[in-house]
Design a protein. Structure first.
Length: 151
């Protein structure tokens, strides 16, 4: 599974927005330059973020975008969801109760991929925008944890 560019760019831009002075708007042109993303692409992304209530726009001179609530209250999964890119590991449609194989049966690996998608969603739901902006991610894989305890 590869997370789409809209979701990744949305998170990148939101992390930068969270790192700016509280309540001081940033323009999409500024974000585009610093994140190396085109303004039209950011316009699409921020339109969805605004519709989802994650950001607010400020009009007029010195206008731009600000967070609608503190970065500690915005999860990465909210941003990914707002960008309308589902975290989906199976080939089946989420809204259909049928399997991914011909005749509507599930393939042998369906539950494996579905479980992985749920784990990814749970992980992203546990991380706030503030955590990423402040680089407070301490997730270690089981192998990394084993290496720490064996030394």
């Amino acid at each position: 599974m590869i997370l789409g560019t809209k979701a990744r760019y949305a998170v990148m831009a939101m992390v930068e927005l969270a790192g700016r002075e509280q309540g001081k708007p940033i323009t999409l042109a500024e974000l585009a330059t610093s994140q190396e993303i085109t303004v039209p692409y950011l316009e699409q992304i921020f339109s969805k973020l605004k519709q989802s209530g994650i950001v607010k726009s400020v009009r007029g001179p010195g206008g731009g975008y600000v967070l609608s609530r503190p970065a500690t209250e915005i999860t990465i999964s909210e941003i990914v969801d707002a960008s309308e890119e589902a975290i989906k590991m199976t080939r089946c449609d989420n809204h259909v109760n049928h399997g991914c194989m011909g005749g509507g049966t599930r393939c042998a690996t369906h539950d494996l991929w579905e479980g992985l998608g749920k784990q990814i969603t749970q992980y992203l739901s546990s991380i706030s925008l503030s955590d990423v902006q402040q680089r407070k991610l301490t997730f270690k894989t089981p192998l990394e944890n084993a290496a720490v305890t064996n030394h």
